[in-house]
Design a protein around this ligand. Structure first.
Ligand code: NDP
Length: 452
């Protein structure tokens, strides 16, 4: 039996009911098989097995009172996955689908992603099955306060520093920070994604989307190509999708789609800066649905989502590049086949694990430029790391300074992936490159620190 199969079987025996977590573990284990083969010291220290087991999992009750005075109960989580190279760092997700499997997959991915950023950041993830959709600001605030009343004892600027993710944006970070400060009685950089007026970094909201476009640019430059003039599919319409579209427009590309969990729009003329401003107001202020874009812009088609279907017609629209920026497993086998059949040559993942294992195999098999999330969307956590630096130094950097650092970091991540893929025998394979480069950094730190 191959080494990776033995490892995956062991994890599967322990957590048979965690499919997303096992999917993420399997992919990394397959990539690093060649490393474990060449480096028996990692095997004898059981580095991979230790990385696949969280250092700590916190699960807690989150009771709160809605606007009608009714008591609601949600479940809160924080997965403190690995602190070999820095304090736990990773977002909080508020979405009804949140469970242990999804948060463990996200925390596991985060460990390698954070290692790639070149910054001293360990990996973690957390959240709740709370659904902010349709809730009033008061309800969201009371929920966040209750959530933080338990979480605060596990956080600290040198211990664990959460950020946002799906369902957790500037509003939620504000409420969470307010409650932390009140209970801990200290103003400290214990969350990132804060507002710039009270400790947030400029460019943090933009960072994941911009970063995923910078990563696509780097991949294209290996083939002497560029984004200008390229038609691009973008999924999602939240934080990552919005700033992906913004950067694509700036670079002369033509984004033509956006989506939410109810459906997607296709604007064949391209989403321009004015239309994007309209989307930002719709999504961030009015908290509306993407369907309204089609209702307000002539010539735009809207198609409702078909939940549970084995494909999503968004990915069958002919395009040069795809930027999945919504959620995990949103590109399935048939979607990957449709993208490839239409000549799509670049996939840069703003979302975490948006491509199913079969889709990934098709992309790497076809030799297209496929940037996996843990590399392509690392810009968000990288700027979170820069926010921590600014907080620690009691300073605030200019927009251009942060954006420049972000593009430098995306350049470094790309180079590290290319180098590791080549060194371990699969040149051009960014999946192996990202997994191996991230693994080596964490593994070496763990070896240095002994069996802990
Ligand atoms: P937001 O909550 O701002 O937006 C999420 C978008 O994805 C919304 O349009 C949402 O639609 C859609 N979506 C969420 N869940 C589903 C689902 N199950 N099916 C279909 N559509 C869905 O989140 P972000 O933009 O911050 O996050 C998007 C992705 O990027 C996630 O995978 C996240 O983990 C990843 N990511 C985010 C980072 C960040 O800095 N924010 C950093 C790195 C990765 P609806 O409104 O209908 O729910």
């Amino acid at each position: 039996m191959k080494i990776f199969e033995a490892i995956v079987n062991e994890v599967a025996a322990r957590d048979p009911d965690q499919p997303e977590f096992l999917q993420a573990v399997r992919e990394v284990a397959e990539s690093v098989e060649v490393v474990l083969d060449r480096h028996p010291e990692y095997r004898s220290a059981r580095i991979f097995e230790r990385i696949a087991e969280p250092e700590r999992v916190v699960m807690f009750r989150v009771p709160w009172v809605d606007d009608d005075g009714a008591v609601a109960v949600n479940r809160g989580f924080r997965i403190e996955m690995n602190s070999a190279i820095g304090p736990y760092k990773g977002g909080l997700r508020f979405h009804p689908s949140v469970n242990l499997s999804i948060l463990k997959f996200l925390a596991f991915e985060q460990v390698f992603k954070n290692a790639l950023t070149t910054l001293p950041l360990g990996g973690g993830k957390g959240g709740s099955d709370f659904d902010p959709k349709g809730k009033s600001d008061g309800e969201v605030m009371r929920f966040c306060q209750s959530f933080m009343t338990e979480l605060f004892r596990h956080l600290g600027p040198h211990t664990d520093v959460p950020a946002g993710d799906i369902g957790v944006g500037g509003r939620e970070i504000g409420f969470l920070f307010g409650q932390y400060k009140r209970i801990a009685n200290e103003f400290t950089g214990v969350l990132t994604g804060k507002s710039p007026g009270w400790g947030g970094s400029l460019i943090r909201p933009e960072a994941t989307g911009y970063g995923s476009v910078y990563f696509a640019q780097e991949m294209l430059s290996t083939r002497d190509d560029e984004l200008e003039g390229k038609t691009c599919l973008v999924s999602g319409s939240g934080n990552v999708a919005q700033f992906t579209v913004e950067k694509l427009i700036e670079l002369g590309a033509k984004p033509v789609t956006l989506s939410d969990s109810s459906g997607f729009i296709h604007d064949p003329d391209g989403i321009d800066a004015d239309k994007l401003a309209w989307v930002m107001e719709l999504k961030n202020e009015r908290r509306g649905r993407i369907r309204e874009y089609a209702e307000n812009h002539p010539g735009v088609a809207y198609q409702a989502a078909n939940r549970g279907a084995d494909h999503n017609p968004l990915w069958a629209i002919p395009a040069d590049c795809a930027f999945p920026s919504a959620t995990q497993n949103e590109i399935l086998s048939k979607d990957a086949a449709a993208l490839l059949a239409n000549g799509c040559a670049v996939v840069s993942e703003g979302a975490n694990m948006p491509s199913s294992p079969d889709a990934v195999e098709q992309f790497t098999g076809a030799g297209i430029l496929y940037g996996p999330g843990k590399a392509a969307n690392a810009g968000g956590v990288a700027v979170s790391g820069l926010e921590m630096s600014q907080n620690a130094g009691m300073t605030a950097w200019k927009r251009e300074v942060v954006d420049h650092r972000l593009s430098d970091i995306m350049f470094e991540i790309h180079a590290a992936c290319v180098e590791a893929a080549e060194r371990f025998g699969t040149p051009g394979n960014y999946v192996n490159g990202a997994n191996i480069a991230g693994f080596l950094k964490v593994a070496d730190a763990m070896l240095d620190q002994g069996v802990v």
